[in-house]
Design a protein around this ligand. Structure first.
Ligand SMILES: CC(C)(COP(=O)(O)OP(=O)(O)OC[C@H]1O[C@@H](n2cnc3c(N)ncnc32)[C@H](O)[C@@H]1OP(=O)(O)O)[C@@H](O)C(=O)NCCC(=O)NCCS
Length: 166
């Protein structure tokens, strides 16, 4: 089922039961398995492969070179990469790196995955993480910088919002 307007390239393969919500772009030769949910505004680059029963949340960016297994959760605004040292001009084929996200992985919102990385089966990536190295199967990873922020002193102003003080 497609929620228009989305752009699905004619060469893309989309499995039975997969739903794609509005404003998403599925590029040439992308393969999406069965019973997936692709949220709003998702970019699925040329040749990206996604397995079955995956949930890709709104505005996730999955660039060429990304391969995703089965039952994978990709949180909103997750960013993958494929150029290890990006520059605007010139050939970048030497800098291209693939990324593998194995079965049963869940990646929290706003995480960024450096390219050339393998996230092994069952990993949980906390929201806001920056992943720069391979992740071992069935482990949890959080970004230490985010944790440091959470440890900063917090006050609750009378208007009810939370302010983080350095
Ligand atoms: C990682 C996560 C799954 C919790 O894992 P957990 O092992 O149960 O972690 P806990 O809640 O017990 O917290 C353990 C510690 O890590 C910290 N922590 C938890 N999540 C964190 C994160 N994303 N980044 C940094 N630190 C985090 C906690 O503050 C706690 O710190 P403390 O030991 O100083 O108290 C959860 O925090 C998370 O990030 N979920 C993703 C939510 C999301 O993006 N959902 C998708 C959109 S709906």
């Amino acid at each position: 089922m497609f929620k228009q307007p989305s752009i699905i390239h004619e060469s893309a393969i989309i499995g039975a039961g997969t739903k794609i919500w509005a404003f998403s772009h599925v590029c040439e030769n992308a393969v999406i398995g069965e019973n997936c949910v692709i949220g709003e505004g998702v970019h699925i680059g040329p040749g990206v492969v996604i397995g079955d029963n995956c949930k890709i949340q709104n505005h996730a960016l999955l660039y060429t070179g990304v391969t995703i297994g089965n039952r994978v959760f990709i949180g909103p605004n997750v960013v993958t990469t494929n150029d290890i040292d990006p520059q605007a001009c010139g050939d970048w084929s030497e800098r291209f790196r693939k990324t593998i996200i194995a079965d049963d992985v869940a990646i929290g919102a706003n995480s960024t995955i450096l390219c050339g990385i393998t996230i092994e089966r069952g990993c949980r990536i906390g929201c806001g993480s920056l992943i720069t190295k391979d992740c071992k199967a069935w482990h949890r990873y959080y970004n230490p910088n985010t944790q440091a922020l959470q440890m900063a002193e917090m006050t609750t102003p009378t208007n009810g919002t939370i302010r983080i003080e350095p």
